[in-house]
Design a protein around this ligand. Sequence first.
Ligand SMILES: [Zn+2]
Ligand SMILES: [Zn+2]
Length: 52
Amino acid sequence: MSVTGLCSICEAAPARHMCEHCGALVCDDHFNQRVGVCVNCARSMGRAPRDR
Ligand SMILES: [Zn+2]
Ligand SMILES: [Zn+2]
C-alpha cells in the first residue's frame, strides 16, 4: 500500500504511514509504530508508555 502526500502533522516530510485511528497521513517521525497511530492519537489515547 502506497501513501502519497505530506505528513499532516509537520507538513514537511513525506507521509509514509496512515494512522489507524484518525486516518491522518504521517511521516516516520510522527507515527507510533507500537500502536499503529499518529503521535497525536497515541498521546490522546494515553498509550504512549514512555510519555512521562
Ligand atoms: Zn511529520
Ligand atoms: Zn491519528
